[in-house]
Write a protein that binds this ligand. Sequence first.
Ligand SMILES: N[C@@H](CCC(=O)N[C@@H](CS)C(=O)NCC(=O)O)C(=O)O
Length: 208
Amino acid sequence: MKLHVAPPSPRAFKVLAVARYLGVDFDLCPVDLLNGANFRPEFVALNPNKKMPVLEDDGFVLWESDAIIQYLASKKPEGGLLPADRRDRADVARWQFWQNAHWDPACSTLVFERLVKKVFGQGDPDPVQVEKGEADVRRFGGVLNNCLAGHRFLCNNTLTLADFSIGSWLNYADRARYPIDDFHEIRRWHAELMEMPAWRESIVAPPF
Ligand SMILES: N[C@@H](CCC(=O)N[C@@H](CS)C(=O)NCC(=O)O)C(=O)O
């Protein structure tokens, strides 16, 4: 199996952390976004969106990080990241859809404006975008914080893909200055995720 990733990205992080947690064998194929590797024809043939991460498994090609981790979890059902019970599985799906619709756009706005733009020489943060990112992190972070109260993990007390999908963005909470100081449940939960070797091992210092 090949995982085409730019490891500092939270979307790459979740794929690497899930693969390592499950003990899936893979070759890490770095995608050098800074030098436009994602625009080369051989990469575009894998993902016409010109975005990483991409998984290749014996001729099967898959893009979209949340679909990739679903695939990894279904290859190793004994890892327990994708529950068998219909309602528990729907709960995981709900959080993954939520993260794609709300959490990823909110967090990635702050990561992009405050960190990525510098690396790509795209100028200063746009205050309008920063304000929107902060408002969205506050709004959706409040939902996340409340739902974590009384639970060890997002879907009750069992670690699932939902924790990887959503927790991946928390690795940048301090650097990108998410306004989550009052969200103690989020901090408590992320601290526990950070205790997993697969989690810590997958955090790659970004070039900023
Ligand atoms: N929804 C996609 C988003 C993938 C994505 O936006 N990847 C970014 C890096 S984090 C990328 O490859 N950007 C390159 C570009 O857009 O040129 C996923 O979760 O896999």
